[in-house]
Design a protein around this ligand. Structure first.
Ligand SMILES: [Zn+2]
Length: 427
């Protein structure tokens, strides 16, 4: 298949201008000044009155938690998890997770996300949902051994089986990763196994790290060092690690993360909603060269998967430090796109020749884009995802002129499954 997008305003960090974009199969073959590409394409898209930006990359989420959107909010973190979320998760089944992930993919497409980094359960069904939705994902089974040797063996088998499953799925948009949940749910031996297995297979290691003060204090008590130092002492940290949150990290922790080439998935909305008590030290981490991507976290703690919103919130949160020059619109866009691609090791997040064709078109015929002095400022600070009308992933339309195939069916199905799960009548 070939697609030619004509005369669209390209929005990328530190770069914008009117261009034509030519796509063949799943690859961006040419990006030139508007009017310069004269080829016959199967699909020609008129890019006038639109901006184009690289498909956004949600670097940390739990897609199927769309099921829990709005089920329990405004509670203390521990109470929320133990009384509300975990009992429901214990009742999940494969079918429910499949459809909840389909719902998440629809929401991501509508909000301009074409890749996500996921950690959850029933991952074979998550993989099928991603394959069927047409977008891209890096998927890890949430490895939790609770310091029990028997359980560790079970989790190792499950992780290996899932990686094998993805290899056999034969879908280039779906990649497996290894997902030891966190230092407080996975034993030292479990973490070391995950690290060695990920290295051997060339996979990403996806973990929650230093999200709360409690996690850091308990680690200090147990191991006499911070979570970052603890992971470093067992050789866990490296370029393939994507650490979600990294809120409670010290200057010394930041140095270690920078030295080891770890990527961070910053989740500002989730951190604020769960009241983690401080902001991730953005400038410190950036100054030591840490690659900082952006994630929404799951829908129980956000409560959406909207990366446009996440970019704005990230920028605003760090300006609250007292310095409005921190995290400008270009940086926010980079965090939501190319930094995520670096974190996940994928050839996406850029509208450039040779990158995979993951492109979002946003209609600028909206009050939010007038006068239109600065398209990148408008995209990050004033637009809403509702203005996105066309999304291309891997060279295929996953939304065209506002239409996503089978959307109504997925919405109905999830509503029913969710109310069945919580044991309530649907309204
Ligand atoms: Zn999470």
């Amino acid at each position: 298949m070939s697609i030619l997008i004509k005369g669209v305003l390209l929005c990328a960090p530190n770069k914008h201008g009117l261009v034509d974009i030519y796509i063949e199969d799943n690859t961006i073959v040419e990006v030139s000044s508007a009017g310069k590409i004269n080829v016959e394409a199967e699909h020609v898209v008129d890019g006038s009155n639109h901006i184009a930006f690289a498909g956004l990359i949600n670097a940390h989420t739990h897609a199927a938690m769309t099921l829990f959107r709005g089920y329990a909010d405004d509670l203390p973190l521990h109470e929320w998890l133990t009384n509300k979320i975990w009992p429901l998760e214990a009742r999940l089944d494969a079918e429910t997770v499949y459809w909840a992930t389909r719902l998440a993919c629809i929401e991501m497409i509508r909000t301009g996300t074409t890749t996500f980094n996921d950690m959850y359960f029933f991952m074979e069904d998550v993989a099928k949902a991603v394959r069927d939705s047409g977008i891209r994902a890096v998927l890890s089974y949430g490895f939790i051994d609770l310091f029990d040797e028997e359980k560790r063996e079970v989790e190792i088998k499950r992780t290996e089986n899932f990686v094998r499953f993805v290899e056999g799925l034969g879908c280039s948009r779906v990649k497996a990763a290894v997902g030891p949940h966190a230092i407080y749910t996975v034993s030292r031996d479990g973490l070391i196994w995950a690290k060695e297995y990920a290295d051997e297979k060339g996979l990403i290691l996806h973990i929650h790290l230093s999200e709360t003060k409690k996690e850091v204090e308990e680690c200090q008590k147990e191991y006499g060092e911070s979570p970052v130092k603890y992971l470093d002492s067992i050789g866990f940290l490296g370029k393939n690690v994507v650490a979600a949150h990294a809120v409670w990290v010290s200057d010394n922790d930041a140095q270690i993360l920078g030295r080891r080439g770890v990527s961070i998935a910053h989740c500002p909305v989730s951190n604020m909603k769960l009241g983690v008590g401080r902001a991730m030290p953005y400038q410190t981490l950036r100054n030591v060269g840490v690659n900082i991507a952006l994630g929404t976290d799951g829908c129980a703690s956000n409560n959406n998967l909207d990366m446009i919103e996440e970019m704005k919130v990230a920028a605003l949160l760090h300006k609250m430090s007292g310095d409005p020059t921190v995290l400008n619109a270009h940086e926010a866009l980079a965090m939501g796109s190319v930094n995520g691609a670096i974190a996940l090791g994928i050839n996406s997040g850029r509208i450039e020749e040779g990158a995979v064709a993951d492109i979002v078109l946003m209609d600028t015929r909206s009050s939010r884009h007038v006068p239109g002095y600065n398209a990148i400022s408008d995209l990050v600070y004033s637009s809403t995802a509702a203005q996105i009308d066309t999304v291309i992933c891997d060279g295929r339309f996953v939304m065209k002129n506002g239409v996503i195939e089978s959307e109504a069916e997925v919405l109905d199905k999830v509503k029913k499954l969710a109310f069945d799960l919580v044991g309530r009548e649907s309204n």
